[in-house]
Structure formats: structure tokens, C-alpha cells
Design a protein around this ligand. Structure first.
Ligand SMILES: [Zn+2]
Length: 375
């Protein structure tokens, strides 16, 4: 059992890839949580977008089992892409439901409403900075705008307030926004300040709730991106129109990534188009590989029914999406994720009972919660 008769704080640190941990002076995380606790480098789940990994971490399971394959999916029957933010699509128990079954009191705190939409119903307390409860605002002030780094500090402040005010809460799941990582590389001052504030808040947690276990991991990392291909236009312009090309990151928070993603899922009009389409896309600058979807589904334990006929993987700097032209040069400072190059993540466990050999077996971010309350 990972925690026993103690509270637990889970940090789902959106966008906090290994490069951010390595590139920032974080005294609490590095000198306390890691030194006195457990740390390892883990892989994210495929693809490196938020919902898939957030649900993976919250349920401790693979995409093929929990059912959230991407932020969106293409519905072949209706011929339209649809959002995958529906809690009814989650097929396994989250830590919130597992907690309830064990009479635990659980809270989910999220900068964006993504997490509260997915898990809010199964938690005793669900708070989002986009629509915060009045009494919390009276106690700790208004949250900053959702597109800011300060909103994350407000969220950690809210977690600390709850830990102090209601000691009967057994689990607090904190899902920060990755807006600061989209905006700044690890070495930039904005990122340093953002993460150092978070580090200080984690220090406050160790002081105000010394009994609490702290578990940290991320959904994906972040890289500088320089180009975007619109694969539907690319193939149409070369005489083989596609049925659909989907960016798995496609969701309704478009401001910081324009729905572009570091991979793309291709639905063909005709199975015979497969090899010609593969050849066209493979010849593009910045394309690492074009896989059969079966290979990807098997390797990354996701659903073959939702990832198209072909899976395109970009290099570190390449995105795919519904750009106006077939090729777009991205603005300087454009940072995003979604490729196989954003899957290196930290896993940190502090003040837990987990045996070291069990910790050594963990390989993916989703494993953070698998031993939470097991026997
Ligand atoms: Zn994310």
C-alpha cells in the first residue's frame, strides 16, 4: 500500500517534462521530495496530449482500457470529429471512485475545467479556477486568468487552504495548466518564476500537512515547434484526398496550440490509398515515420478503432493540423507537444510506504496511482 492512514496530494503537473525539472532550481522538489523520497524517469502514455494521460494517471490504466484515446476522435459513421471530454467514456474506476468505495474523501482541483468535467462528479469536492466557489474566493482571493502562470499558484494556494481547513480530506488531485510551459522554455525567467512558486507551495504543503504523501508526475513535456503541415491539404494537392486527418490535441482550448499536434491520425477514403499516401507524407520535411495504426495500437496499448488507418509521427519541431495552407511556418516561440518526443517525464513520490522493488517496476506516468490504496 502506497499510503496508509495518511493524506495524499497528487500533482498532475501539466506540461512538466523532464527538461523543466532538470532546467530549474527547485529546492523543495530536488532537495526534499526527491532526496528523501523516490524519483524516476518515466514515459508518458500515447499520444502526448492531456486527456489521455490525465485519465491514465487518475485511473492507473492504459488508453485501451480507460477509453479516452485523445482529446477528440473521428466518428466514421457521422463523418465528423467529436470531443472526447465525456466522463461517460471512461471505462474504469478513477482514484476518486476507488476512494469513495473505501470511504475516502476526495477532492479534485483543476486550473482548466478539463479535470472537473472528467472527474468532478465522482469527487466530494471539485474546484476549477475557471469557475471557483464563492467561499474559496473570499478566503484566498480571485484566481488569475486561465491563460496565466499565476492561476497555477492560486490552485496550489487552494490546495493548501483545503489541507489546513478540512483534515478529513484523504486525497487532493491538483491538475495545473500547461500554459506556462507553452509560453516559456525551461531556461526562460517566466518559467523559472512559475516553477519556483510551485516549489515553494510544495514546501508549504510539507509543513502544513507533514503526514501527507506527495505524488508528482506529468502528462507530457513540451518542445519548440517550427513548422506545421496540413496533411489533408498535402494529400489533396497531390491527387489523393483523405477521408480525415485528425490532430489528437484538438479541443476547445485553442489559444496556445491552435489545435496542432506533433502526430496525426489519417483515415483513408480507400484502403488502396494506403501506400501512396504513406509515400507522400513520408517525403515531407519533419516527418519521422508513418506507421500502420496496428503497430501503434499494440506498442502503446491504445485503441486501433480510434487512431485511423495510418499514424504520422513528426520530428521534435514539427506539428500537424488544420492550417490555412498546406505548410505553415510557426511563430518564433511556439511551444507545443503531441509527438513521441514529449514523453519523457518525471515521477516523484514523497512520504509514501511504497516498497522500493514495487517502485522500480513502475514505467509510465499512469503507474503513479496503481498502488495508492492496494493491499
Ligand atoms: Zn497537457
Amino acid at each position: 500500500m502506497l499510503v496508509e492512514n495518511q493524506r495524499c496530494v497528487i500533482g498532475m503537473l501539466d506540461g512538466f517534462g523532464l527538461t523543466y525539472l532538470e532546467g530549474t532550481n527547485l529546492p523543495v522538489i530536488k532537495n526534499k521530495l526527491i532526496k528523501e523520497g523516490l524519483f524516476k524517469k518515466v514515459s508518458g502514455c500515447y499520444p502526448s496530449v492531456t486527456n489521455v494521460n490525465n485519465v491514465g494517471i487518475a485511473t492507473g490504466s492504459w488508453p485501451k482500457d480507460h477509453g479516452i484515446i485523445a482529446n477528440s476522435y473521428f466518428n466514421r459513421e457521422s463523418g465528423t470529429p467529436e470531443y472526447m471530454n465525456d466522463k461517460n467514456l471512461i471505462k474504469v474506476d478513477s482514484v476518486f471512485i476507488k476512494g469513495k468505495k473505501r470511504n475516502k474523501k476526495v477532492a479534485v482541483l483543476s486550473s482548466k475545467k478539463k479535470s472537473t468535467e472528467l472527474f468532478g462528479d465522482s469527487a466530494d469536492i471539485a474546484i476549477t479556477a475557471e469557475n471557483p466557489p464563492k467561499d474559496l474566493v473570499e478566503a484566498i482571493g480571485e484566481p488569475a486568468h486561465i491563460y496565466s502562470s499565476e492561476v497555477n499558484d492560486w490552485l496550489w494556494h487552494a490546495a493548501i487552504y483545503l489541507l489546513k481547513k478540512d483534515k478529513s480530506i484523504d486525497l487532493i488531485y491538483v491538475h495545473i495548466t500547461d500554459y506556462p510551459m507553452h509560453r516559456w522554455a525551461p531556461e526562460e525567467i517566466g518559467s523559472q518564476l512559475h516553477l519556483q512558486k510551485m516549489d515553494a507551495r510544495l514546501g508549504e504543503i510539507t509543513e502544513c500537512a507533514p503526514d501527507a504523501a506527495i505524488l508528482l508526475t506529468a502528462d507530457h513535456s513540451m518542445n519548440k515547434k517550427t513548422r506545421c503541415w496540413n496533411l489533408a491539404k498535402v494529400c489533396e494537392n497531390r491527387g489523393i484526398p483523405l477521408l480525415f486527418a485528425l490532430s489528437p490535441e484538438r479541443d476547445y482550448y485553442i489559444k496556445h496550440h491552435k489545435n496542432y499536434t506533433g502526430c496525426s491520425w489519417i483515415w483513408l477514403k480507400d484502403p488502396e490509398d494506403k501506400e501512396p499516401v504513406r509515400d507522400i507524407i513520408k517525403s515531407l520535411e519533419g516527418v519521422d515515420e508513418v506507421y500502420d495504426s496496428k503497430y501503434i495500437a499494440d506498442k502503446y496499448k491504445t485503441s486501433i478503432h480510434h487512431i485511423g488507418d495510418l499514424v504520422v509521427e513528426g520530428d521534435k519541431n514539427t506539428m500537424f493540423g488544420e492550417a490555412d495552407e498546406e505548410y505553415e511556418t510557426l511563430d518564433e516561440g511556439y511551444r507545443a507537444h503531441g509527438s513521441l518526443h514529449e514523453m519523457e517525464l518525471p515521477m516523484i513520490m514523497y512520504n509514501t510506504n511504497l516498497e522500493i522493488d514495487k517502485f522500480n517496476e513502475l514505467t509510465h506516468n499512469k503507474d503513479l496511482t496503481i498502488h495508492l490504496w492496494d493491499k
